[in-house]
Write a protein of this length. Structure first.
Length: 57
């Protein structure tokens, strides 16, 4: 119970110390970076699979 209360208190302090716009900006920046990474990873896997399928002649 004490650990949960400590986490909630820390979250409350962080939320009060940042403005809401900067928090949302940080979330979207992280989301864009992760999204780009996932798209590049999926494309790399697809290219690898296609090269393995059509490379056998």
């Amino acid at each position: 119970m004490q650990k949960k209360l400590t986490r909630l208190l820390m979250l409350f302090i962080v939320l009060l110390s940042f403005s809401s716009c900067s928090i949302i900006e940080g979330i979207f920046k992280a989301g864009v970076g992760v999204g780009i990474f996932i798209v590049v990873a999926v494309l790399a896997v697809l290219i690898f699979i296609i090269s393995k399928i059509f490379g056998r002649k």
